[in-house]
Design a protein around this ligand. Structure first.
Ligand code: SF4
Length: 362
């Protein structure tokens, strides 16, 4: 069977034929003092990300050369060199990312809400999270997209959206429930799950927990693709931080306009935040986009999303999802109080095909 044309790098990391991006980032040495002003730290980050890009390019070239080698034992030896190329640095670019996010939390602008609260001092913004991170569950998920399973999935509590139809409302609306995360312990579990067959580590609703996610990743020993399973509502500052950390954005694209986003998820500036994040993700990593079709929202949401994707981020994997069912407070909105009709499903497929979406998963 021919190799898929999408998520090419991901498949190589999954097979340990290429280092995950965080494995490159943790090899870039950086000089900084965590007491520096946030802007100074970001300036250093901007310079050092160039070093990361150069190293990534070199390693990918070397890995490609190794994979082109026909002798299996020579191929393995050459790949070993790629993974050994540079020792882990201390402090590294990954440490700098941890320090920057730690400062961002003091006037929180991790997401598009930009609440400005000091979460380290116990203040809470829209997500109602201070600086702790809990997870509701962690397990080998067999129900994600076929290219991801088995996927080591970690469901964080809390959320930056207020979707009235949330299927996980018991987790998203109760940020203080669940198990308190100890980054080293969870990283060890990630190592073990990977050794036991997980194809990736899949962080669900990670944005308000980005500080903890980075600390976990810093402690991971194995080579594993990092999947950012999110609503793509992170701030531009966090988007910069995610370069060199996230291999695959498993990103929801929910709405084709801000009116629907505000009505159903309480988000006023949806497109202004989400579209640039998809574009940045497209330039710096790979994307598996999810679009949950909402009943009655084909022309206002599905259509503009499909057209925008085909124009701006064409070579991505696009998962068109029909599993909407009215959950949580959806019955308060009669138009969302039902499942999709078969006619709507057919129409949604026509829309994405007419838009020219290439790598469609239905
Ligand atoms: S993560 Fe977003 S919603 Fe939560 S406090 Fe920060 S800016 Fe506000």
């Amino acid at each position: 069977m021919a190799a898929p044309k999408y998520l090419k790098r991901y498949f190589k990391v999954r097979r340990n034929e290429m280092p995950a991006l965080f494995k490159i980032t943790e090899r870039i040495p950086v000089q900084f003092d965590s007491g520096m002003q946030l802007e100074k730290l970001r300036k250093i980050h901007m310079q050092e990300i160039e070093e990361y890009r150069k190293l990534r390019e070199n390693l990918e070239l070397e890995a490609a050369n190794a994979l082109a080698c026909t002798d299996p034992s020579d191929r393995l030896m050459l790949l070993t060199e790629v993974f050994l190329e540079l020792p882990k640095a201390s402090p590294s670019l990954l440490d700098l990312k941890v320090a920057i996010v730690d400062r961002i939390m003091e006037k929180c602008h991790c997401c598009g809400w930009r609440c400005g609260v000091n979460r380290k001092a116990g203040e809470k913004g829209f997500c109602r999270l201070t600086d702790f991170s809990n997870y509701a569950s962690e397990f080998l998920h067999m129900g994600e997209e076929p290219e991801l399973v088995p996927s080591h999935t970690i469901f964080f509590t809390g959320c930056t959206f207020g979707c009235i139809y949330c299927q996980n409302w018991d987790i998203s609306t109760c940020p203080e429930d669940g198990t308190l995360i100890e980054p080293r312990k969870l990283a060890k579990l990630i190592d073990l799950r990977r050794m036991h067959g997980a194809r990736n580590i899949n962080f669900v609703t990670p944005t308000p927990h980005v500080h903890t996610v980075l600390k976990i990743i810093r402690e991971i020993s194995v080579n594993t693709p990092v999947v950012w399973n999110s609503n793509m509502y992170h701030s531009p500052e966090i988007a910069e931080i995610l370069e060199g950390v996230v291999d695959v954005y498993l990103g929801d694209f929910k709405y084709g306009n801000d009116v629907c986003a505000q009505k159903y998820s309480k988000i006023k500036n949806y497109l202004e935040i989400v579209q640039p994040n998809f574009e940045f993700a497209y330039r710096t990593a790979e994307i598996l986009l999810r679009h949950l079709v909402l009943p009655g929202h084909l022309e206002c949401c599905t259509k503009p999303i499909a057209e925008w994707v085909a124009k701006n981020i064409p070579h991505i994997r696009f998962n068109l999802m029909f599993q909407y069912r009215p959950c949580y407070r959806a019955m308060e909105y009669p138009e969302l109080g039902r499942r999709l009709t078969p006619e709507e499903e057919v129409r949604a497929i026509d829309i994405v095909k007419e838009a020219g979406i290439e790598y469609l998963l239905i």
